[in-house]
Design a protein around this ligand. Structure first.
Ligand SMILES: Nc1ncnc2c1ncn2[C@@H]1O[C@H](COP(=O)(O)OP(=O)(O)OP(=O)(O)O)[C@@H](O)[C@H]1O
Ligand SMILES: CC(=O)N[C@H]1[C@@H]2OC[C@@H](O2)[C@@H](O)[C@@H]1O[C@H](C)C(=O)O
Length: 366
């Protein structure tokens, strides 16, 4: 096993998560420290504004390149701070997701910005990046990629279980019951919105980056008519696997809640996240739902999920760090890339055959 350093900057645009994990790409050994280096309000606002324009931008657009460089410098700093915390855990590789600014699987496109070469040069560690392109080229959605990591973490679990990540977008991994050979089905999809709509609504109405503690939503009433209209969007009629862009439900969703009070709008958007999970047609019924990502800190989401699904708990009860999971995942995926092991399957992304994710920088070619 080696130490791998994973870097993830998710669709919530809140900052860079960095984590160290010991793995051979299949098994997971010890977990090292992790941290989040928040984006400054300026960097967050610049990146958020880029998302709205990304579909019309060229790869070498000067704004894209400037923001990509700022983001990369932020990642370099996250690596430096993490290595300072654990000087003895020398990473063999860095898994660098990059910042998603556009995800259009229907056009075979998913765009993560960030300069892998600059990161490799500054950190002097081989880097694996561009994790989604090959899956898309082979007919997949390019997301979610985290199921292989969830399955590795839950190798000992015998029951059918689900891991639900509530980030900007929400995604689920379902692990079926183990058969007599110890094999199990793994299915995945993005279920619908996570926190992104809630965050944009909170910023608009309170000036805060999110509805901390779900207090705004808890004070409101769900508008059922708006909720049903939101859930009638075509995405929810599609079967899994399927994936989303952070802005997939903008501006329709924001227009639908526009006339609601700040509290009712937040309550309705929280119910949208909960219902979109509860109404997804899953191939197996999990006995337990483990929730990761920032959304697990929002009691309105957690209570809503518990009411609708039952047996819902934060991944923290497993001893996992729910804020570091995605960063740890990209450490594992980096090692899988170096070893030529696949990271996506027809049941997780819709890819035609099992597919190796990532490209290497600073790693000797075979
Ligand atoms: N105390 C809290 N109360 C309410 N919501 C919270 C709290 N802490 C975090 N969140 C929510 O979690 C979000 C961050 O979640 P997370 O870091 O999992 O997202 P991400 O990794 O960027 O997204 P994705 O998984 O889609 O890539 C915040 O934007 C906020 O909406
Ligand atoms: C294109 C993109 O960045 N997708 C993210 C996003 O955030 C959550 C969900 O949508 C998931 O599909 C994916 O991230 C995780 C890490 C994944 O690929 O598994």
């Amino acid at each position: 096993m080696v130490w791998a350093l994973g870097l993830m900057s998710g669709t919530s645009l809140d900052g860079v998560d960095a984590a160290l994990i010991e793995t051979d790409g299949v098994r997971i050994g010890r977990t090292g420290p992790s941290l989040t280096l928040p984006y400054s309000p300026e960097l967050r606002a610049k990146t958020r504004a880029l998302l709205d324009r990304a579909a019309g931008l060229a790869e070498d657009d000067s704004d894209v390149l400037a923001i990509a460089r700022d983001l990369t410098v932020q990642h370099v700093e996250a690596v430096r701070l993490l290595r300072e915390q654990a000087p003895d855990l020398e990473p063999a590789v860095i898994g660098f997701h990059g910042q998603t600014i556009l995800h259009q699987p229907e056009l075979g496109r998913s765009w993560q910005i960030g300069d892998a070469r600059l990161l490799q040069e500054r950190c002097n560690v081989p880097v694996v990046h561009d994790f989604r392109t090959r899956d898309l080229e082979n007919g997949g959605e390019g997301a979610p990629l985290v199921p292989v990591f969830h399955a590795a973490l839950l190798q000992q679990e015998q029951r059918p279980v689900a891991v639900l990540n509530i980030g900007g977008v929400a995604n689920v991994t379902l692990l079926g019951p183990k058969d007599s050979d110890g094999q199990r089905g793994v299915w995945a999809c993005d279920t619908g919105p996570g926190n992104a709509l809630l965050d944009d609504w909170a910023l608009q109405h309170t000036g805060q980056p999110c509805d901390f503690g779900g207090t705004l939503a808890a004070a409101g009433m769900v508008c059922q008519d708006v909720l049903e209209t939101l859930l009638a969007m075509p995405y929810f009629a599609r079967s899994m696997p399927k994936s989303l862009d952070r802005l997939s439900f903008h501006p329709e969703a924001m227009a639908l809640v526009r006339d609601l009070s700040a509290e009712d709008g937040s309550a309705t958007l929280a119910a949208f996240t909960v219902e979109s999970v509860a109404r997804t047609a899953f191939p197996v019924r999990p006995g337990m739902w483990f929730v990761a990502g920032g959304g697990r800190h929002n009691p309105v989401l957690m209570d809503g999920l518990n009411r609708r699904l039952g047996n819902v708990a934060s991944v923290d009860i497993l001893g996992w760090d729910g804020d570091a999971l995605e960063a740890q995942c990209f450490g594992l995926l980096a090692v899988r890339c170096l070893r030529g092991l696949p990271s996506s399957w027809p049941e997780t992304t819709g890819v035609r055959q099992p597919c190796v994710a990532g490209k290497t920088v600073g790693w000797p070619s075979p």
